[in-house]
Design a protein around this ligand. Structure first.
Ligand code: MN
Length: 711
């Protein structure tokens, strides 16, 4: 385990301004916090955060990142709360530690790696600071280095798969080749031990054929470049089993054909020299066609730059060669972190220091729109999306602001349609809950369709809204069909004609509809009057009735006779709109009639409303009555004319009587005022006629109120 002074020396070597005091404090704090906890290896737990800090120090990160590394498992694994961290180390560190803790909670949540891309996005969305992600990567790297201490083989495999699918690609995208390849090699050993074993054997065989080939090749290449006055450094290595295996799969070569296992790097000072080196090599050795790639003129999406070529090199062995500058090399190994190496340059206050962060963001998500100004190291990735888990561990991406119904309809229309509730993170929540990153969402389903019009306000995705709308529309049509049929039956009854549905078929064409059902629909929606149907079927009726208005008034008069077939108000589905006329303000208990206002729904008036008598419009009246089961708490507006004595306190008296009777004032207007009295018009909330009558009686008992009448 790295000791305190060793860690400090490491950091000092690249950052003389290291926050020594805070670092020492964090070291001791973490050691005490983890106390006697042990790792699976039997080592003290504290060795883990220290090693993670060491990895980040090797990558030359700033003090805050390294302090975060030391503290990263405290909130998750000890009794110490985040508040304590804030108190001891301040807001910046506390935010970083909290970020790492949140990422840790997402580990092991999903076995379904088909959605690895979504999972990576979730990690990026959750870590709003680049350094949080770096600590997590270093944490994962150390856990992978020590994975063999985990005894359960399946658990090892699961962790390795997760690493390979999720974390290694993140390292790759951040341009951290070194970490990516180390993670890959360890995972390969855990997941495919026998494949790896075969490759290792082949490597051993090839090596035994010429033990010094690596050294000899480096020497020959260096001499060649020296002779041409090129200042360079040549490095050589044997390729690693996983990268060989990957190449075998891509190029579909088998193991016996495998010969180019050596890779060399030639590091020079600047870009022109890279091309000179290439010229010299291609001049002396023959190169393998199709293997040359110039990533200097065309960098990889993650910013990687280098020239690649394969030669039949010294001793006629196939070798791979990368030619790059020192800076390109550092960039390739450390990726994002390489920028910290030039930390002082970050302090330039002209905004240019953010350029590299923007570049990284572009690399991480190429679909992203160019952002305006980015705060220092702030990621804020995917802040237009939210990622949630299904009970099976699938990860679903939804637009930000999505609610449980959006999730339900995204899984399947049936799951949405039958939804009766939702559990979020195992507790029942309202359907209006906005989903958050990492939530586990479980939709509770009934066995029949339960869509309500109000669901339109409980969903935000197009898919959910479209499903809900389509359903309401169909249901509304059904309701209009039923209404139309009822209206037609009533009309026949009034005319004392016996009703036969089959006769309607003969007049379908006249009304431009294809079926009897559609005819009912048109009547129900108010596009066709029942009297028009009667006349179409029985032209002689036209002679008897002089005007439509008489028919209509007759209908109203006869309504008691046919009350049985009247339609219950509120008994209609909620999606169908019912309007209560503003002229007479009908309330439950009033005798009412209604007509279909074309395409809009039902307009309800009090039976003897004056506006009905004077209307010149032709309507189809519908007999309606109040649903006895009407919820008592529903509010209807009623309008009263009140005459008050012009005395102090009379208005107060009025309002207190109303509030004693549990009624709200909606609107109040003084219409006339004299020395003795004033007249008011007030709109109040009532639950029905009974309620209104009680209020009127109470008002009349007051000595300050001279008169009350319903408008
Ligand atoms: Mn850890």
């Amino acid at each position: 385990m790295l000791r305190q002074f060793e860690l400090l020396e490491k950091i000092k070597s690249y950052d003389p301004e290291v926050e020594e005091k805070a670092l020492n404090k964090a070291y001791v704090y973490a050691m005490r916090a983890h106390g006697s906890q042990l790792r699976e290896s039997g080592a003290p737990y504290f060795s883990h955060p220290v090693e993670v800090a060491g990895i980040l120090a090797d990558m030359r990160f700033d003090s805050s990142t390294i302090i975060t590394a030391l503290l990263h498992d405290i909130v998750e694994d000890t009794n110490i709360k985040l508040k304590e961290i804030t108190k001891n180390f301040g807001n910046e560190i506390s935010k970083l530690v909290d970020g790492v803790t949140k990422l840790s909670k997402l580990e092991g949540r999903s076995d379904n790696f088909n959605q690895a891309e979504n999972f990576r996005k979730l990690l990026l969305a959750t870590s709003d600071d680049l350094r949080v992600l770096m600590v997590k990567l270093a944490d994962r790297l150390h856990n992978m280095r020590t994975i063999n201490y985990i005894k359960d083989r399946n658990k090892r495999k699961r962790i390795a798969k997760e690493t390979m699918e999720i974390y290694a690609p993140i390292a790759e995208r951040m341009g951290m080749q070194e970490i990516r390849s180390e993670l890959d090699e360890i995972c390969f050993e855990v997941i495919e031990p026998s494949v790896r074993e075969t490759i290792v054997k082949r490597l051993n065989l090839l090596r035994s054929q010429d033990e010094n080939i690596l050294k000899k090749t480096i020497l020959q290449l260096s001499e060649l470049l020296n002779k041409n006055n090129i200042d360079s450094k040549v490095y050589g290595r044997e390729k690693k089993p996983f990268s060989i295996w990957k190449k075998m799969k891509i190029k579909s070569v088998n193991l016996s054909q495998l010969s180019d296992i050596l890779a060399f790097k030639i590091i020079v000072d600047d870009i022109e020299v890279c091309y000179s080196v290439l010229g010299i090599l291609h001049n002396v050795y023959s190169y393998v066609p199709g293997r040359f790639k110039d990533y200097i003129s065309t960098p990889k999406p993650n910013g990687y730059q280098s020239i690649h070529t394969t030669l039949i090199g010294p001793m006629n062995r196939r070798i791979e060669i990368q030619i790059k500058t020192k800076k390109m090399n550092e960039q390739a190994d450390f990726g994002v972190a390489a920028h910290w190496i030039y930390k002082d340059k970050l302090k330039v206050k002209d905004g240019k220091q953010y350029k590299w962060i923007r570049q990284i963001l572009d690399i991480l998500d190429q679909s992203r729109e160019p952002e305006e100004f980015l705060e220092y190291t702030k990621l804020q990735m995917y802040n237009d999306q939210v990622f949630v888990f299904s009970p099976k561990g699938d990860l679903i991406a939804l637009p930000i602001g999505a609610m449980p119904l959006d999730f339900a309809f995204s899984l399947h229309t049936d799951i949405g349609s039958n939804c009766i509730g939702v559990k979020i993170n195992n507790s029942i929540k309202p359907l209006s809950t906005k989903l958050k990153n990492g939530d586990q969402v479980e939709i509770l389903c009934g066995n029949k369709i339960s869509i309500l019009p109000s669901w339109l306000n409980l969903s935000s995705t197009g898919k959910a809204k479209a499903c809900i709308k389509r359903f309401i529309h169909n249901k509304e049509d059904d309701e209009f069909v039923k209404l139309g049929k009822k209206m037609l039956l009533n009309a026949f009854k009034i005319e004392s004609i016996s009703f036969n549905e089959k006769t309607l078929i003969s007049i379908l064409e006249d009304f431009k509809v294809s079926s009897v059902k559609n005819l009912y629909l048109k009547i129900g929606q108010g596009h066709v009057l029942t009297s028009e149907i009667v006349i179409a079927l029985f032209p002689e009726k036209k002679l008897i009735k002089q005007s439509k208005k008489i028919i209509l008034l007759n209908q109203v008069k006869k309504r008691r006779e046919i009350k049985k077939s009247s339609i219950l108000l509120k008994g209609l589905i909620p999606g169908m709109t019912i309007h209560y006329a503003n002229c007479c303000h009908p309330i439950p208990g009033d005798d009412v009639v209604a007509y279909i206002s074309s395409g809009k729904g039902l307009m309800v008036h009090i039976e003897n409303c004056d506006s009905l008598k004077s209307t010149k419009k032709k309507y189809d009246f519908v007999n309606v009555s109040w649903d006895k089961n009407l919820n008592n708490s529903s509010n209807f507006i009623s309008s009263l004319n009140v005459v008050l004595s012009n005395k102090i306190g009379s208005l107060g008296n009025l309002t207190s009587i109303l509030s004693d009777n549990k009624s709200n004032i909606r609107n109040l207007k003084i219409t006339e005022r004299t020395n003795d009295f004033f007249k008011l018009n007030i709109d109040i909330d009532v639950s029905g006629l009974e309620h209104l009558n009680k209020i009127i009686v109470s008002l009349r008992t007051s000595t300050l109120i001279q008169n009350v009448t319903r408008l």
